[in-house]
Write a protein that binds this ligand. Structure first.
Ligand SMILES: Cc1cc2nc3c(=O)[nH]c(=O)nc-3n(C[C@H](O)[C@H](O)[C@H](O)COP(=O)(O)OP(=O)(O)OC[C@H]3O[C@@H](n4cnc5c(N)ncnc54)[C@H](O)[C@@H]3O)c2cc1C
Length: 347
């Protein structure tokens, strides 16, 4: 049996009509027509190949923290549970290899415990290592893209494992080849990151202020601690209140569009070179939605970008609220807001 022979080997048990309520951080009900968990690349390859043979559509799921699930998902949901992290010195740096099913924050902790810097600003982002490159996770002045050496994938076009370098991943702000250019083509099985050879990132205003409050020198551990404190203050814990973090991406504006907006709204903007990024949270708040609640759907009172499920909300209700907010922002500011989580399934 060779790694590229997808027709042999055993496929883990496929279950039918499985509830995904516990498998998504919004905590909404969704029934997967078929559901299977895979523990390594071999099982993933087999599960993908079998689905192809049976003409069954596939949906990949990691921690379910960046998806908005509707009532049903047709076909096969494959959840990647592969484990393993290794460290290899590489000159002044360390190459870190992590399997796709590893917990992202667990990886951040493992690096900090070994004294390997680079991931501290990305502490406490929920979800898996395999999903991290999908939207090029980022927070508090750091982005995954700058740390990636390679992304191990199964290319479902050829049904074989391969590795994409950072350039081939076409990383952009909350975007990549995996999310926009060729959605569904690649199943991510692992990441190789180059860490430990850069200066610390303390320029993000909230992080700087928190570090000053904590006193003492900035170290990777302290930066992670500062980020964790900020996140715990601002964001609801999905184990208590269903959410998927930011519901909208920050919009990119041309200099002209920014001038027009600033004609009637005092708003910060981040100069990204060719364009300016403005905080979507400010637009949503200004439009009056922060703290809004109707039945079990609402906007988190401490963060206008976070839509929440207070109990038994459905994915459809959350999506409807997101659309109402986006329509209102478009009407008031003439700016389009794009959803950040992936909407999966149907009513
Ligand atoms: C409280 C909270 C805070 C958050 N803060 C941030 C933040 O600061 N920055 C940030 O960038 N994100 C943030 N997020 C969003 C989310 O945590 C990340 O996007 C995370 O990477 C999603 O991981 P996941 O395993 O849960 O992916 P899932 O939600 O399971 O999947 C997301 C998408 O990736 C696809 N996918 C999943 N695994 C794979 C794979 N192995 N191969 C191919 N495709 C795959 C899925 O099909 C889906 O389209 C936050 C979410 C929450 C709930």
């Amino acid at each position: 049996m060779t790694p590229t022979d997808p027709t042999s080997g055993s496929v883990p048990r496929v279950r039918r009509g499985v509830s995904l309520r516990e498998a998504n951080s919004f905590g909404v009900e969704c029934i997967a027509e078929q559901y299977v968990e895979v523990r390594d690349e071999r099982e993933l390859l087999d599960a993908l190949a079998q689905a192809r043979r049976d003409s069954v559509p596939v949906t990949l799921l990691g921690g379910g923290t960046n998806v908005l699930l509707l009532d049903r998902i047709d076909g096969r949901v494959i959840r990647i549970r592969s484990r393993g992290v290794s460290f290899e010195p590489d000159g002044d740096a360390v190459l870190v290899r992590a399997a796709g099913g590893e917990n992202w924050h667990g990886l951040v902790r493992a690096c900090l415990d070994r004294g390997v810097s680079g991931l501290e600003n990305l502490a406490l982002i929920p979800g898996t290592v395999g999903a991290a490159p999908i939207q090029n996770i980022g927070a508090y002045g750091a982005e995954l893209a700058s740390l990636v050496v390679g992304v191990s994938v199964i290319d479902t076009y050829y049904m074989r494992p391969t590795t994409l370098d950072a350039r081939a991943c076409a990383f952009r702000y909350r975007d990549s080849i995996f999310k926009s250019d060729e959605p569904g083509r690649y199943a991510v099985t692992g990441l190789v990151l180059r860490l430990g050879d850069r200066g610390l990132e303390t320029g993000y205003p909230d992080v700087g202020a928190e570090l000053r409050r904590m006193e003492g020198d900035a170290t990777p551990q302290r930066i992670a601690e500062a980020v964790i404190r900020i996140r715990r203050r601002k964001l609801p814990d999905p184990r208590k209140t269903g959410n998927a973090g930011s519901t909208f991406k920050n919009p990119s504006l041309s200099a002209r569009e920014l001038d027009r907006l600033r004609g009637f709204l005092d708003i910060d903007a981040f100069d990204a070179g060719d364009y300016f990024k403005v905080p979507a949270a400010r637009l949503v708040e200004q439009a009056g939605w922060k703290g809004y609640r109707r039945d079990d759907v609402g906007v988190w009172p401490a963060h206008a970008l976070v839509l929440v499920n207070y109990g038994r909300a459905t994915g459809e209700q959350i999506l409807t609220l997101a659309q109402r907010i986006a329509d209102d922002v478009a009407r008031k500011f003439d700016i389009e807001l794009d959803l950040e989580p992936q909407v999966l399934g149907h009513d």
